[in-house]
Design a binder for this molecule. Structure first.
Ligand code: PLP
Length: 399
């Protein structure tokens, strides 16, 4: 063997990558884009981001901040102005008293998932998390060497967890419980009484809680409730929110969280080791978003509510498809078992043969396997056309 061949065989990616998952939405998006480059007309229902423009006053604030020279490194924990505005927002929307010292700012909500799990879990610890659920939970749990313990969210409970099933999964080794409401991928919402029951159970353990509330502003009925407002929970809960979904700012990469005292320094240490800080002009735009007028947000929510009805009614009119009315976020999670198609195959063929990009429910966990996830962050005209294409496909195709 030559020395260069030896070098090549030695030059492999780390074996630890086997423990790291991914997000199928980005894989499907790449395939959809490839089809589009070949001239195929694809309707995008796969990616989870609002299709609205970032509010103009937020863009103006960013441009102004750049002109004023806010273009250098800044504090890893976040700018004081944004930590203060976020603390006020987290407090007023959850009925809590959160101090700016407990608020951290990251490049989106995602780093709090990854670093929050790494900062709390050791190999051998157990983490309870929703199934179906945002795929990064399981990926980060495995990366930390901890044991994923899925908590099923089922159709018949409108995708809220069963408190008895949560109780069965809490053990002396449970280090962290991850909750997400309103929920991706189902649009389900956990009501206050279930949160209170969960809080009572969790209070008997030594577990941390990571409450992923990035869709907190997108609940269509009833008041948003956070487990952090249940007695004794705030001091053990990472309350995660951000700008991406609420203000149509997915590409700006700015999220924030209220973090218990003991986790502030560990999580900041992860920031120092990875991203250093969130660009200060982005953070100042975030202050403008949180403190400025919310007309754009209200208009966006009204449009999402109209689309929700259109999509859910359309899906329920399809033979073999049943869809619960999602109560939050901008996803529908129809059960397609009655079509005779395996959901993975259906998602693939809808993209390749009908030009409709959706995600298979299995991308979010085993419990979601009979479902598709459709993001209704697309125009009403496109959504109607997508339903029409799915209907035609089902009428003409066999599994
Ligand atoms: N948590 C959930 C449940 C999500 O659906 C997403 C994005 O899709 C995130 C976190 C990540 O948000 P961000 O884009 O702010 O990192």
């Amino acid at each position: 063997m030559t020395s260069s061949a030896l070098d090549v065989s030695a030059r492999r990616a780390s074996a630890s990558l086997e423990r790291l998952g991914t997000e199928t939405a980005f894989t499907v998006l790449a395939r959809a884009n490839e089809l589009e480059r070949r001239g195929v007309d694809v309707i995008h229902l796969e990616i989870g981001e609002p299709d609205f423009a970032t509010p103009q006053h937020v863009c103006d604030a960013a441009a102004e901040a750049i002109r004023a020279g806010h273009t250098h490194y800044c504090a890893s924990a976040g700018l004081p102005e944004l930590r203060e505005a976020a603390a006020e927002r987290l407090s007023s929307t959850r009925g809590l008293a959160i101090t700016p010292a407990n608020v951290l700012v990251a490049t989106g909500a995602k780093p709090f998932l990854f670093f929050g799990i790494l900062a709390t879990c050791d190999p051998g610890d157990e983490v309870v998390y929703p199934d179906p659920g945002f795929p990064i939970y399981e990926s980060a749990i495995r990366w930390a060497g901890a044991t994923p313990v899925p908590l099923p969210l089922r159709d018949e409970r409108d995708f809220a967890f069963d408190v008895g099933e949560l109780e069965e999964r809490l053990t002396p080794r449970t280090k962290l419980v991850i909750l997400n409401s309103p929920h991706n991928p189902t649009g389900g919402v956990v009501g206050r009484s279930d949160l209170e029951a969960a809080a009572e159970l969790i209070a008997r353990t030594s577990a941390w809680v990571l409450s992923d509330e990035v869709y907190s502003a997108m609940q269509y009925d009833g008041d948003f409730a956070s487990i952090a407002s249940c007695p004794g929970m705030l001091e053990r809960t990472i309350v995660l929110d951000g700008l991406s979904k609420t203000y149509a700012m997915t590409g700006w990469r700015c999220g924030f969280a209220a973090v218990p005292d003991a986790l502030v320094d560990p999580i900041v240490r992860f920031f120092v080791n990875s991203t250093s800080c969130v660009p200060p002009f982005v953070q100042l735009a975030g202050v403008a978003a949180l403190r400025g007028p919310d007309d754009d947000v209200r208009a966006m929510l009204a449009e999402f509510a109209a689309r929700r009805s259109l999509v859910v009614d359309g899906l329920n009119s399809l033979p073999g498809v049943t869809c619960r009315m999602p109560r939050g976020a901008f996803y529908a999670f129809p059960n397609v078992a009655g079509t005779g198609f395996d959901a993975d195959e259906l998602a693939l063929r809808l993209l390749e043969e009908a030009g409709v990009a959706t995600l298979a429910g299995s991308a979010f966990g085993a419990v979601g396997r009979d479902h598709l996830r459709l993001s209704y962050a697309n125009s009403r005209a496109k959504l109607s056309e997508a339903i029409h294409r799915i209907a035609s496909f089902l009428a003409a195709s066999r599994p």
